[in-house]
Design a protein around this ligand. Sequence first.
Ligand code: AMP
Ligand code: GLY
Length: 424
Amino acid sequence: MNILVLGSGGREHALAWKIAQSPLTDNLYIAPGNAGTAQLGENVPVKPEDFPAVESFILSHDIQMLVVGPEGPLVKGIYDYFRSQYRFSNLFVIGPSREGAMLEGSKAFAKDFMQDNDIPTARYQSFTAKELNIAKDFLHDLNPPYVLKADGLAAGKGVLILNDYEEAVNTLKEMFHGKFGEAGKTVVIEEFLSGIECSVFVLTDGESYILLPEAKDYKRVGEGDTGLNTGGMGAVSPVPFADDTFMEKVEERIIEPTISGLQDRNIIYRGFIYFGLMNVHGDPFVVEYNVRMGDPEAEVVIPRLYSDLVPLFQAVATKNLSQQNMQIIPDTVATVMLVSGGYPEIYEKGKKITFPDKIPETSVIFHAGTKKENGDVVTSGGRVLAVSSVGKDHREALSRSYELAEKINFEKKYFRKDIGFDLT
Ligand code: AMP
Ligand code: GLY
């Protein structure tokens, strides 16, 4: 089978790494990919959100499976674009329909969906600019800190947590005045949940689902979970507090009602669902839905999948997932993200990366922001490389990643030294 993966980050490198191992894969293409994916297949200069360009590539290269990595093309409706054309009726598209992708594309939609399906989540209301006064009253009724969320996609920056009422009101006004462009014209205000976060993933065909390993992501740039939010500085799987009792609650209270809620609304969904959860004294609450794998969570979850992913994707696309199962590797996988100094604010690109001659078999380096330039691998983004390692426990997996992270060099390399600090 010829397979096209859309995207260019660590998540897509991890997906491509797994797909390349499948005996079902003939030719693998990644659009646009990075220097890491180029070692597994062919990178193609097509933008994931340029659907006509994706379409002509699929036709000219006889692609049978399209795996969509990031949320952008999903929210824009790539699933519907191909499904609406008869000549693509045999193309397997891995991802939700445009309506399904609204679970991530609109926070107000996601919150209403949760409320309608009795899925535990923080108390909330959605407001637009003309409702400023009632929004102020709602804020007044909540206890600080206050959580304000831009409704639409805002590249992970649309959530603001404020301690002071006046500050929250001012921020709300700024959002209504375009702080996040169109994405912030509707704002969800919600109650603050205090607890510890983890990410849970399923693959679903819209009826059945397969639970994937859970992970914990470290979002803040600084050690001890301080400083600005990033796309993620590291991740670990499994998560010790996500024990059987907790996961049973997650399946019963969150995953099952989500899948049946999609069915009740006749929403087509053939892909990953990412449940961003808060564990509040042992009870799971949904903080967010994403309609794709997490990044850097994919870089720890995918290496823990023993089963071949390609037949599972086929089963997702043909609605045969109930016939399938997934074998998971019981070991721990941890990843440490090497980033460009200055990230998530201003940073430089184009720095030459040097790697040690020998990479231990227990580690794999997933490229996130890299490209090939005059024969060298150079940095091309804030998050540069995810160094993933397997071990018998967190300590072993992390020490292997840290040992390798020290041996990879580029100017102004930075990484957190305390990934997993709260789990061991
Ligand atoms: P989101 O994009 O909705 O996942 O929000 C980004 C981050 O903000 C989450 O990963 C949490 O760390 C934090 N956050 C969002 N909503 C809440 C909430 N209601 N209570 C506490 N923290 C939250
Ligand atoms: N690591 C967070 C995310 O993928 O949204």
